[in-house]
Design a protein around this ligand. Structure first.
Ligand code: HGY
Ligand code: MN
Ligand code: MN
Length: 416
């Protein structure tokens, strides 16, 4: 018996149970999730996801970078499927919703269509993209970026983590180096549901964010070389202190981002002293910088100002500062027609909503370069994410999944 698609609603309790069931893979004592890409916890959730997809009748394939695809047949298999999904890997201090909501909501859409006996005109394909977070291996969103042609598969397979393990070795260690060529699978469109990871929707009491743009991002790897020497015997004027030099760089990042605000941010998220010891003046430090703005010119201006600040700090502190941009993601403009489809589905469902720019990077921002793409946001508590306190409500997650489902139905069409 086919239920009418018009008033179809996802199974809220089942989605909520799924989110909390999979949160046990990498669960942390503080109630978060630590599931670094291609590690043992990621394998656990991948195996769970594969089984759930197969139980829902999907044909599951894995590509050469481990991205997972679950295909649900449509009446007209000659048409490229509509893609929906996100990522299952997390930050070291991750939460239960970042990426996970979008991937599990995609599964819930399939489960709901199955229960209702609805066949779509166009096939649909749910996706778990490998390594969206970019914490263990840089850059972030690497697999969808390779899918979109920004990197070769071999380049990404060779990227190494701090322990010197390559992406290829990590894929093999969990058995997820698939045989599908990266980018071979084409989509007719791609839609990603995600928590906002910012404060706007909650502050304005809006249920849905209709995402029309995404910030541009530049990531840098930096290395400061000073000179190790005795903390007790080296007079202050003679020191070449790499950590004190980094302190000036950190404050420059903050100052320059503020100067280019309000739509600009800058972060030094990693700093590793090569051979730390409390009575040795740090001689070598590796660090990272992340800058973002929705405006391409602002991003370039921050880049210029950062480089000139570093050119001044280094010589004055008699330290060499190597500073290389390793990832440049221009600002994203999502497909206007697909964004309208999200807004129409949201309005038809009666959810409060607003247009919004994504502050975070997402796989959909890469897909947008090769296929019409859009995103749907729901609020998260206090706008907090990349923190174990990350939280969202069942009602908002349900609303997001319903908006996702009706957007997909609108573009895929209902055959029966
Ligand atoms: O960094 C980002 O924006 C994403 O959350 N990985
Ligand atoms: Mn994410
Ligand atoms: Mn994230």
């Amino acid at each position: 018996m086919t239920q009418s698609a018009t008033n179809l609603q996802i199974d809220s309790a089942r989605l909520w149970d799924t989110i909390h069931e999979t949160a046990k893979f990498g669960a942390t004592p503080k109630g978060g999730v630590r599931r670094l890409t291609l590690g043992p916890e990621d394998k656990q959730v991948r195996d769970w996801f594969r089984n759930a997809c197969e139980a829902a009748g999907l044909e599951v394939r894995v590509d050469a970078l481990g991205s997972m695809f679950g295909l649900r047949k449509g009446r007209d298999m000659s048409k490229p499927p509509i893609g929906l999904g996100s990522h299952l890997d997390t930050q070291p201090t991750g939460g239960k919703f970042d990426g996970i909501l979008g991937t599990l909501a995609a599964l819930e859409v399939v489960r709901t269509l199955n229960d209702a006996g609805i066949e779509t005109e166009t096939p649909i394909c749910i996706v778990n993209w490998t390594n969206e977070e970019g914490s263990r291996f840089a850059p972030a969103t690497m697999a969808s970026a390779a899918y979109a042609g920004d990197y070769t598969t071999d380049d990404i397979l060779g990227r190494k983590d701090l322990a010197g393990v390559s992406v290829g070795e990590a894929l093999d260690s969990i058995g997820y180096r698939g045989d599908e060529a990266v980018g071979a699978r084409k989509f007719g469109a791609f839609v990603e549901l995600h928590i906002e990871q910012g404060p706007l929707l909650e502050a304005e009491n809006k249920t849905i964010g209709v995402v029309d743009r995404g910030q541009g991002i530049i990531w840098y790897d930096g290395k400061i070389t000073g000179f190790e020497s005795h903390a007790g015997t080296t007079p202050m004027p003679l020191r070449r202190d790499a950590l004190a030099t980094l302190a000036e760089v950190v404050l420059a990042v903050e100052r320059i981002a503020r100067e280019h605000g309000p739509n600009a941010v800058g972060t030094v998220g990693e700093a590793v002293i090569a051979a730390p010891s409390r009575n040795v003046i740090p001689g070598e430090i590796a660090f990272t910088v992340d800058i973002r703005s929705p405006d391409a010119e602002t991003l370039e201006a921050i880049d210029r100002d950062l480089r000139s600040a570093i050119a001044e700090i280094g010589p004055r502190r008699r330290a060499e500062i190597a500073f290389d941009a390793i990832w440049r993601k221009p600002p994203t403009v999502f497909d206007p027609k697909l964004v309208d489809a999200v807004e129409n589905a949201t309005r038809a469902l009666g959810y409060s909503h607003r247009r919004i720019t994504s502050g975070a990077g997402h796989d959909a921002c890469n897909l947008a370069n090769v296929v019409p793409s859009a995103m749907i946001f729901v609020p998260c508590k206090d706008g907090v994410s990349h923190n174990e306190l990350e939280d969202a409500t069942q009602a908002d997650c349900t609303a997001g999944a319903n908006a996702l489902m009706h957007t997909v139905l609108a573009i895929a069409g209902v055959a029966s």
